[in-house]
Design a protein around this ligand. Structure first.
Ligand SMILES: [Fe+2]
Ligand SMILES: [Fe+2]
Length: 295
């Protein structure tokens, strides 16, 4: 009879086998994949209306259509900048573990993952530079939550953060890939990324479940509560990174700090944020991590 962990490992091997084959079949040349027009139309939205950080708030009426278009332009530069920074950070962590003991099973898949993410990082940076003329800064979480030290916790948190990041980005990607009002280049970037990420997310869920099971065996309820609180904090931090001071500034918003404060405190945004974080939140609840955090 197999233990729960052995069963999880068997499952991971099967999933990796399938995802690895899909990576090979779906392989594409990113440098030939997209059409990059010299400019994108400046009289239409570059981001879906319902993904704007002002959506569902009084600012939707207070700002003119012209101002919304300008905001959408810089919020899309923020979105792709967040991708570039997020990918770089996750690549560092995955590359560090690619041939480390304990990661023998996903090692092959990590090679696909690293290759694909490098390409994503390239096309997102390309978008920022071509159409924004710049990339925004990388927001860093300055966490007040103390988590226990140890490789088990570190490994779990690295892949939990990657999963949260990929799930949230995917929410935006899926929406923009489907949005017929957006320019073809914008839709294509989001569509291609969504396709690759569906594999990464499927893999991430399996790996994070396994790392959680390993960590749980060695940690007290109190330690797990602290870890849950940190993950929750990371979700909130990630949601707030979509309210970009730099984007507000470039969009011509008079007082970006006050603007951001008003938006993040608006109850209408809570529902929007709940949607963006719905999948990772449900996942961590199911795992048992968030119940513990709430207890
Ligand atoms: Fe990616
Ligand atoms: Fe990914």
């Amino acid at each position: 009879v197999l233990s729960a962990q052995e069963k999880d490992t068997e499952r991971l091997v099967a999933v990796l086998d399938r995802l690895g084959r899909m990576s090979v079949e779906d392989y594409y040349n990113p440098y030939r994949m997209f059409e990059w027009p010299d400019t994108l139309p400046t009289d239409e939205l570059w981001m879906s209306r319902d993904l704007l950080s002002v959506y569902n708030t009084p600012f939707m009426d207070q700002l003119s259509e012209e101002q919304l278009i300008r905001l959408a332009r810089w919020e899309s530069v923020n979105f792709y900048s967040l991708n570039v920074h997020g990918i770089r950070e996750l690549l560092i962590e995955v590359v560090n573990r690619i041939h480390l003991p304990g990661f023998e099973i996903p090692s092959d898949f990590f090679h696909h993952f690293v290759g694909e993410e490098n390409e994503h990082m390239w096309f997102f940076a390309e978008f920022c530079k071509r159409y924004g003329g710049k990339m925004y800064h990388f927001p860093r979480l300055k966490s007040a939550t103390k988590v226990p030290e140890g490789a088990d916790v570190e490994n779990f948190l690295v892949f939990a953060r990657i999963l949260i990041f990929e799930e949230m980005v995917d929410y935006y990607n899926s929406r923009m890939a489907d949005d017929e009002s957006l320019h073809d280049t914008i839709r294509a970037i989001n569509r291609i990324h969504h396709k690759d990420e569906s594999r990464h997310i499927a893999f991430g869920r399996e790996l994070v479940s396994l790392l959680y099971a390993r960590m749980k065996e060695r940690r007290s309820a109190e330690e797990l509560r602290a870890i849950g609180a940190y993950v929750q904090e990371y979700v909130t931090f990630s949601l707030h990174s979509f309210y970009s001071l730099e984007a507000y500034d470039d969009a011509g918003i008079e007082d970006p700090i006050a603007f951001r404060k008003t938006l993040t405190a608006d109850p209408a945004r809570v529902e929007a944020e709940r949607q963006v974080a719905r999948k990772p939140t449900a996942f961590f609840h199911k795992l048992g991590l968030f119940e513990k955090a709430a207890a």
